[in-house]
Design a protein around this ligand. Sequence first.
Ligand code: COA
Length: 252
Amino acid sequence: MERFTTIIDGLQLSIVKGKDVPIVYIHCAGGDATFWKNQIEEIGGYAIDLPEHGESSTAEIYSLDDYAYFAAKFIKKYLGSSIIAGHSMGGAVVQKIYLEYRSIVDGMILIGTGARLRVLPEILEGLKSKPEETARFIAELSSVDEKLVEDLSNKFRERAKVFLLDLQLCDKFDLLDKYKSGEMNVDVPTLIIVGEKDKLTPPKYAEFFHEHIPDSELIVVPNAGHMVMLERPDIVNDAIKKFVKKVTGDEP
Ligand code: COA
């Protein structure tokens, strides 16, 4: 695993990289590129620290379109096109990239995410008024693994400001009607993964994608929550490897 920095429109974007595999990973609200460490190490590809996150520089971010813009520019510059994987908010960013920059998307991997991502009002309010307690509450909703809950709770607490910004942007994200009307017409292969016990983006959201995306495969991971790629990397990585082979023709 190595890290490098690239300049996009004057902004420093930090990337964690494994083997040269044409897959780009986009993290969740309050996350960073290292949330994909298991995938980078075993499969390869490129995980982005979105602006304002991890080791990337700060930026004026007003919507998920801004994140999509920087991620798309990175993909164009380094890969031309790629498979794009997104978790939770990252999955919303992937859908935005598909809508705005279709030609750079060879396939989508949507993990623990949805076509709409409304956020519990007590989470949005709590991150403002009692960030410590709320960070813990969200971490507990995020995973079935106690050690991971502890780690996430610390991370979310340290990053409460950007976490709140991200969740406010998620709360406005809504493509449900665009899927239903056919305006969001996904014609690339799509892998959908969700933890069976995901409380933040329940399996129902994943089933919605599967019903509306013709060339899609749905994997419901047993005994896993919202942080499925950290909780069950064995199952998630096998599914991603098969998907990369299907899309590119090469074993990753
Ligand atoms: N895919 C498919 N269906 C969805 C959906 C998605 N992404 N998002 C919402 N829906 C469905 C709901 O299941 C519901 O269906 P129903 O009427 O058959 O029960 C309907 O659309 C309306 O849901 P929603 O817009 O979410 O409004 P709500 O008033 O029911 O609930 C919340 C609002 C915040 C309570 C709810 O979205 C929630 O529990 N969210 C999960 C917790 C959270 O904060 N997640 C963070 C995600 S980043």
